[in-house]
Ligand binder design. Structure first.
Ligand SMILES: [Zn+2]
Length: 135
């Protein structure tokens, strides 16, 4: 969410609360709920999204990454570009993009195809060349 979107949502929330306040004069508590309920649900949803996003970033940031294909970047040199629950997109310092999914680490080539790079089994933290890349 950008700052401007945030400001718009805050303004909308305040407007809804003003409507709720106005309606409460006529309908009492029911009038308040018209304004307060959507605002409450919306901000709960926003908070959930922020917490979930932060959690995914932390989770993917903690998982180890192999040295990049150029041999220059280590785990900490990668920048997280985007993350979902099962995969994460990283960019290393050389500018190459990598997709981390399950226990595989693949390079994303300029024309958007995936090139298998490294894999590890869940029992060990060591990265090995992905079998698919060797075959
Ligand atoms: Zn690199």
């Amino acid at each position: 969410m950008t700052l401007i979107e945030m400001l718009v949502f805050i303004a909308l929330s305040l407007a809804l609360l003003a409507v709720g306040r106005f309606l409460s004069g006529r309908w009492g508590t029911a009038g308040w709920l018209v304004g307060v309920l959507p605002v409450g649900i919306f901000w709960t949803y926003v908070a959930y999204g922020i917490i979930r996003g932060t959690f995914l970033e932390v989770k993917h940031s903690l998982s180890p990454r192999p040295v990049c294909r150029q041999g220059r970047c280590k785990t900490r040199d990668y920048v997280l570009v985007s993350a979902s629950s099962e995969k994460a997109l990283f960019r290393c310092r050389c500018g190459d993009l990598y997709l981390s999914k399950a226990n595989r680490f693949s390079q994303i080539l300029p024309h958007n195809s995936l090139k298998p790079y490294m894999a590890r089994d869940s029992s060990s933290p060591e990265w090995k060349a992905d079998e698919e890349a060797l075959s």
